[in-house]
Design a protein around this ligand. Structure first.
Ligand SMILES: [Zn+2]
Length: 388
């Protein structure tokens, strides 16, 4: 067994484990003290349902009074109350909640938490209008490559289970409609010493939050696992009208290219920032306190994925279903994971296609043109991360 407190980070003065939690980190509670003498509590809040990514790490930050980063899923409130008792804080002491992004395991608990405590809600200034954006529908019906991908997939139970996940999303959508953002966040918006960055790509409304040399990354940068990149999308005219002008062009808010550029921004911080992720802070008795260099590793991972696609394609034509099955290990293709695996495959194909390296036929067959523009583009991005 490793010591979960065997950790160092440039801006960490002290770490205490107030509660060990289970092997996945559920109900684990950390107290971190920054070198400026301020406290950050990390709570491993369990999820209601299968959670291969582990609990959602919810953070309590001693900045401008007490702030909370994320609120777990729709079942989280009772767990937050129970775990917060170990910190000596009361929920009502939390003055504001920052939402890192609009996924159910991050903002699902916000409505109840704020109803009970009266805390303010800080979220990306596109968060509120984007609640009307149904990613599932839009991706399924309007995305050319995803449509081809789904057509190429045999109708098995995989999609049915995918629909169960969709039900979870729909329940969450209903609850999040009741969240009222009191403080819309733009890039660089501050709350005392807390600074917010907009880092779209995993979702269009992703925030990363800097405080005392720590960076709360939501699902933008995670240790152990690689966050799911979005695919490009389009917004309806109505949705565009409701969005602040900066965010109306959906192609600048979603897709792998957007995600990589947001990663680059974090990667440039290198050793200067320590990542406090929304998942996998503690897993199997190991604490994952990584630096912002982790963002470069994730960029490298995506380059490898595209290299692998080139290998699989070789001289042949392949359907997107076959590429998905070859790219992901069988375990990762079960149940609702199949749809995420396919969208992730599509995110990579889309990037390579935009670079001009692929031929995609009307029947869904993909072939490689033998060019390496995607690789040149990736190398340039990664060089830029290294140069800083
Ligand atoms: Zn997410």
């Amino acid at each position: 067994m490793t010591d979960p407190l065997d950790i160092t980070a440039p801006n960490l003065a002290r770490a205490e484990l107030l509660e060990g939690g289970d092997r996945a980190g559920n109900h684990g509670v950390f107290k971190l003290t920054t070198t400026k003498g301020r406290t950050i509590f990390a709570l491993g809040i369990p999820q209601d349902g299968p959670a291969p990514q582990g609990p959602t790490w919810v953070y309590l930050v001693e900045g401008s009074g007490w702030s909370m980063v994320d609120a777990g899923d729709t079942s989280a409130y009772k767990h937050i109350v129970a775990d917060m008792a170990k910190t000596g804080l009361q929920p009502r002491q939390v003055q504001r909640v920052f939402i890192t992004h609009g996924h159910w395991d991050h903002d699902g608990g916000v409505a109840e938490f704020c109803r009970e405590t009266g805390a303010e809600v800080w979220a990306h200034e596109a968060y509120e209008p984007l609640k009307a954006f149904d990613g599932w529908l839009r991706q399924g019906e309007a995305h050319r490559l995803l449509k081809l991908g789904r057509q190429s997939s045999p109708q098995t139970g995989e999609w049915a289970e995918g629909r169960q996940w969709q039900q979870r999303y729909r329940d969450h959508e209903a609850i999040r409609k009741t969240i009222k953002v009191t403080h819309p966040v733009w890039d660089g918006r501050r709350c005392g010493d807390i600074v917010c960055w907009l880092t779209p790509g995993h979702t269009a409304d992703e925030l990363t939050i800097l405080f005392d040399g720590f960076m709360f990354t939501g699902d933008h940068v995670l240790p152990e696992i690689t966050p799911h990149p979005s695919v490009k999308t389009t917004y309806s005219a109505e949705l565009q009208d409701s969005l602040p002008a900066l965010y109306r062009d959906a192609s600048k808010q979603q897709g792998l290219d957007v995600y990589l550029h947001s990663l680059l921004r974090v990667a440039k911080l290198g050793d200067m920032a320590t990542i406090l992720p929304a998942h996998r802070l503690l897993n199997r008795e190991k604490t994952n306190l990584v630096s912002a260099h982790r963002a470069s590793q994730i960029m490298e991972h995506h380059l490898q994925r595209m290299n692998r696609l080139v290998q699989i394609l070789g001289q042949d034509k392949q359907l997107i279903h076959h590429l998905t099955v070859h790219l992901f290990d069988h375990r990762k293709l079960e149940g609702g994971n199949y749809s995420s695996a396919m969208t992730e495959t599509v995110a990579h194909l889309e990037f390579m296609d935009d670079c001009g390296d692929l031929m995609i036929e009307g029947d869904g067959n993909v072939s490689w043109k033998g060019t390496w523009h995607y690789k040149e583009k990736m190398m340039a991005l990664m060089d830029s991360a290294r140069r800083s």
